[in-house]
Design a protein around this ligand. Structure first.
Ligand SMILES: [Zn+2]
Length: 282
């Protein structure tokens, strides 16, 4: 959990600035230049192979290069993009996995040629370095996907919240607590909460979602003006935060899990309840 929390905090920098949703998948209207280049190259090679002017292996290599360029385009959009959904994070891991597999296959192929004398042992170094790089990229993709899954679990916790029982601090022992306070949460109050937390614990408030994110949009939530903090409501920082908010009558929800029996999704949502996004809203 500590690992996830620190990851979650790390993502604040990535998730802090919401961006407009981008098209996903290979049918995006503006094709990645590398993908376009690889696609044109294949057309040219296919004609040459069919005419018998080139061996088929060259076409296969070009097709591999096209797959690789497509996967790189997915990674550019997801790994280096700021705000992704659960679904896009799965696409990202799959693309990173295919890039790793292609490089591993190439390394194995070269290894197989050592005995034949065509390839010398140190010819393997660049291919091995490529495998290492692709593996690092894959590990990063997995970390980022885990983080996005954790964020999505937090959003689902809000989605699954049972209907309220009463006004004020009302509890549901199974999963959530609601505190309405004065019903208002302003940016100035956020600055104060954030500064007080940092002063008290000598570390930044672990914000996991600042306002609306791609995950909220995907699940149909208007989370604007709300802030999620990746703290278990029972850990000392979480207990402190809830007391701080109640002393200032700032509304919050505390969640222990995404759904009964799940170990994910614990967080504190500061601000009023999210509303559902309208059918015509973004
Ligand atoms: Zn929230």
């Amino acid at each position: 959990m500590r690992f996830l929390l620190s990851l979650t905090f790390g993502a604040v920098l990535l998730l802090g600035q919401p961006t407009a949703p981008r098209p996903s998948g290979s049918d995006s209207p503006t094709e990645d230049p590398d993908v376009l280049r690889a696609r044109l190259n294949i057309q040219r090679l296919r004609a040459l192979v069919e005419a018998g002017a080139l061996p088929r292996i060259q076409l296969e290599q070009a097709e591999d290069a096209l797959g690789d360029a497509q996967d790189l385009a997915v990674l550019r959009r997801t790994m280096y993009g700021q705000d992704i959904t659960d679904e896009q994070s799965d696409e990202m891991v799959a693309a990173a996995q295919r890039r790793l597999d292609r490089r591993q296959k190439q390394l194995d192929r070269l290894r197989g040629l050592i005995g034949s004398g065509i390839v010398a042992k140190n010819d393997l170094d660049p291919a091995a370095a490529q495998v290492d790089f692709a593996r690092t990229q894959y590990d990063l993709a997995v970390s980022r996907a885990n983080l996005t899954h954790e964020l999505a679990a937090m959003v689902r916790a809000e989605q699954m919240r049972p209907p309220r029982a009463s006004d004020g601090a009302s509890g549901n022992a199974r999963g959530s607590v609601r505190y309405d306070g004065a019903g208002v949460f302003t940016p100035a109050q956020f600055q104060q909460v954030s500064a007080a937390f940092e002063h008290r614990f000598s570390k930044p408030l672990p914000v996991s979602a600042m306002g609306e994110t791609a995950v909220h949009r995907a699940l149909g939530f208007d989370h604007r003006g709300r802030v999620d903090v990746a703290l278990n409501p029972d850990q000392p920082e979480g207990v402190w935060l809830r007391q701080y908010l109640e002393a200032r009558r700032i509304p919050y929800f505390a969640f222990w899990q995404a759904s009964p029996g799940k170990a994910t999704g614990a967080h504190i949502h500061i601000g009023p309840e999210s509303t559902r996004l309208g059918a015509v809203a973004d």
